[in-house]
Write a protein that binds this ligand. Structure first.
Ligand code: ZN
Length: 471
């Protein structure tokens, strides 16, 4: 017998052995499954003893510790089971909020987000994990929530909520949690909740602070003074866009946003379990004055409540004369981006007033005296900066008095009057405002070049130094 023939025979014999083992495994698995079925049916209703309790055996066990709380009880648990909650944003607020809602047995949980998981999310967005980086946040969160409670339903809305889609999504739920982090989405979600008659639990968090409000509860029709105030009643006008700091810019401590998300879940559970939602004659006043909860993670007494006024008669969304309707909202007649004054890309400077990161590298390596002004926050500067850069945070610069004859304190005294000034920030937006301000204040009058590095430190990392640590 040749060597190849012998090998062929051995392969054939091994394949037969493999088939036999597979069959053996199949039979063993079938037997095991039968045993499990028998075990699972213990304590379950049989034909002889029909199940006469409103919840299933698994539900009694799963919610045992919550069921015996006077504010919940079996009626509350049944209301939670029937309820559906939409969580907009599967991030720092949405992850803990959705986890506690799922744990509590809210029957249907919808998650809306258009983002994917990044490593920098993981310190606070506890439904995601390292192995899910790059995955859609909604899918990652649902995977986590389903393992927490497989007995409830989940709905994925992969995409950003817009004027056009908000109505169709929100109208399907009993209550909405705003877990987003941008003014445009806050106004849009609040408006949609007003016109579709849904209570809204709002929270926000930045650095070590947080805010929590229950809005539009009870969700009575527009113009009804017994309904709860909406986001616009409290904040009729958005903050100027240059004062809005995102978590990416300002930073956020994980437990701070976690606390706020958990409190959102608590408010939602309270509303849903109480049975007040939809109860005839239920008024805002029955709950006592509306409160805004303020949290500060770095003081001795971290919680503080501020009394909120009720609905404003003149409110654009929920007021007496409001022209906002489901149709007008859905048609996109309210421009939230314009309303909040957020311009997608800042284009203040002309191309000749900007240099690229590679152009700056040449300047930095040359011998021309110049000033590099880094306008990021001190903490960002502390993580990584370019050689010789002078750090003056953007906000400090904007507040600074400027004008003819005023020499800023940060200006090095030995800098020649014609030495160029290059401004750099995180991604090339603030640097444009600063460049414009420095020029307007006359610092460029001796023919000095003042310009910014296009794309900021992000572009520097991308084009020049990929090792630069970045927060
Ligand atoms: Zn309002």
């Amino acid at each position: 017998m040749s060597a190849t023939e012998s090998l062929r025979l051995r392969i054939q014999a091994t394949e037969l052995e493999l088939d036999r083992l597979k069959e053996e495994l199949r039979q063993a698995e079938a037997a095991e499954a039968e045993d499990l079925d028998a075990e699972a049916s213990e304590g379950q209703p049989t034909d002889d003893t029909p199940w006469k309790w409103p919840l299933s055996a698994d539900e009694y066990e799963r919610y045992a510790r919550q069921l015996i709380i006077p504010q919940v009880g079996v009626p509350g648990q049944l209301r939670l089971k029937k309820a559906s909650v939409l969580v907009v944003g599967a991030g720092g607020l949405g992850c803990p909020a959705a986890a506690y809602l799922a744990g509590a047995g809210v029957g249907t949980i919808g998650l809306a987000d258009d983002d994917v998981v990044e490593v920098s999310n993981l310190h606070r967005q506890i439904a995601h994990s390292t192995d899910k980086v790059g995955m859609h946040k909604v899918d990652s969160a649902i995977q986590f929530l389903r393992s927490l409670n497989p007995t409830i339903a989940f709905r994925a809305h992969r995409g950003r909520i817009t004027s056009e889609t908000a109505g169709a999504i929100i109208s399907d739920y009993d209550l909405v949690l705003d877990c987003t982090d941008h003014p445009t989405s806050r106004y849009l979600i609040s408006d949609a909740c007003v016109v579709h008659g849904k209570p809204l639990v709002f929270a926000s968090a930045l650095q070590t602070h947080g805010q929590l409000m229950v809005m539009n509860y009870p969700p009575l029709p527009q113009g009804d003074p017994h309904g709860g105030p909406c986001y616009r009643c409290i904040f009729p006008k958005p903050s100027p866009p240059e004062t809005v700091t995102s978590c990416g810019e300002g930073g956020i401590l994980g437990p701070v946003v976690g606390v706020m998300g958990v409190l959102q879940a608590l408010e939602a559970i309270k509303i849903l379990a109480s049975g007040n939602l939809g109860r005839e004659g239920f008024k805002r006043e029955d709950l006592g004055p509306a409160q805004m909860l303020l949290f500060s993670g770095h003081v001795a007494a971290p919680f503080r409540s501020v009394r909120m006024a009720g609905r404003r008669k003149a409110c654009f969304a929920c007021g007496e004369a409001s022209g906002l309707t489901r149709e007008s909202l859905g048609s996109g007649s309210v421009d939230y981006i314009q309303f909040c004054g957020v311009v997608p890309a800042v284009e203040i400077l002309a191309p000749e007033e900007r240099i690229s990161p590679t152009q700056y590298r040449e300047i930095a390596e040359g011998s021309t005296k110049h000033l590099l002004l880094d306008v990021r926050q001190v903490e960002h500067f502390g993580v990584s900066s370019l050689d010789g850069a002078v750090n003056v945070p953007y906000r400090t610069l904007l507040r600074e008095e400027a004008g003819e004859g005023i020499v800023p304190a940060w200006m090095p005294p030995d800098l020649p009057a014609t030495a160029p000034i290059y401004v750099v920030c995180r991604q090339g937006e603030e640097s444009q405002y600063v460049t414009r301000k420095l020029k307007d204040s006359g610092l460029g009058r001796d023919g000095r070049f003042i310009g910014d590095i296009e794309g900021g430190m992000r572009a520097w990392k991308r084009d020049v130094d990929p090792t630069m640590p970045f927060t």
